[in-house]
Design a protein around this ligand. Sequence first.
Ligand code: SAH
Length: 426
Amino acid sequence: MDFGSSKKGSAKDKLTADWLAIRFMPSTSTQSELPKIKVSARGAARLKSGHVWVYRSDVVSADGVLPGALVTVTDQRGKPLGAALYSSSSQIAIRLISHEPVADFPALLRQRIADAIAYRERIVRDTDAYRIVFSEADFLPGLIVDRYNDMLSLQILTQAMDAEPVRSAIIAELSERLHPASITERVDSRVRELESLPPRASGLLHGEKTSTVFTMNHIQFHFDAVEGQKTGAFLDQRENYAAAAQYAHGEALDVFCYQGGFALHLAAKCSHITGVDSSRPALEVADQNAALNQELLGQKEIEWIEANAFDLLKDYSAASRHYDTIVLDPPAFGKTRRDLDAALRGYKELNLRALKMLRPGGILITCSCSYHVGPSDFLEMLGSAAVDARRTLRLIEVRGQAKDHPVLLNVPETAYLKCIIAVVSQ
Ligand code: SAH
């Protein structure tokens, strides 16, 4: 997920691990001794409304505050608003981590990780793959941890979370609580550049295991953390896969199928399944995933087609091809608010073509993972596509992301996935 934009830092701003480490030396300091950052009235109002970010334009003074530092945020009169992590580079300058003073950040971090694990134990079912830590939604901004069976995969997205003592505390807590065979790190070089962090390679942080097989909703998938053959699932769709399978039937087309998440879930219910994606490596893993589930699939073969989805849908609808179930799960079209119109045009084109191809009683499963395309924008787009396609749609389910990707009320950016399941009436 992309949590907003950051400014690109110059090479000389690149931070060294040592420099970061110094600021996180164990200390007994109290909040009053932390560096202070003063925010504007607008920034203070944002925090008071329950959000956890303050943008750089609302920082009044951050003199001498080091990149990634734990700070006390104050309003313009100097009244403390809480403890936060500072980024010298991102447009999101401040991410609040507590309304209370924080004396020992690594200890707080460990407690938050323990809480996040306990939350999943309560609410996650039918899977050994799920998100254990979801950044702001778990009050751990800049940290994402996914579990794939006996392996953990971690992503660090901010200066503060990249500091060596912070990394050590994260790894220690995860290892002690979950005893994973290994912990790997997935590095997004663009994120590191935006945070002015030095380049770093993806790879093992703990243990030696680099691949495993995980199970969700009784279906098995490969996970490989090694560069080159790297895989990883869209865990946020896990509950939507199971929901979609309830209504799927007949001939099914899974567009933007990646490694077969929807296709494999629909297979048991459908007579014929075709998966479409532009990525050959993704389709190769999809085929390996199908082989893992041979028992479930029986004699059924899933057909994988490497193609541009826009072209394929255009050709198929022109050729009057028909289906009983169509899944549309494209990548995020709109990365910023400015892209909204173009994103909606893209979604409309896909949905219009899919609707034209659905037989009466057919099921459309249509998704958007663009935060900037809100639920009402998406439904409005779908309504307009239905009118243009001269089809009547009934909504069966209006869904979001799986529960292990919690939505934090008052932090709208934590809700990004939309998944609509609808039926085309006779
Ligand atoms: N439905 C999948 C996730 C899809 S992610 C799941 O549940 O696992 C989006 C996918 O769209 C990626 O696999 C990417 O390779 C593919 N993609 C991006 N642009 C595409 C295009 N123009 N045509 C076809 N596939 C595309």
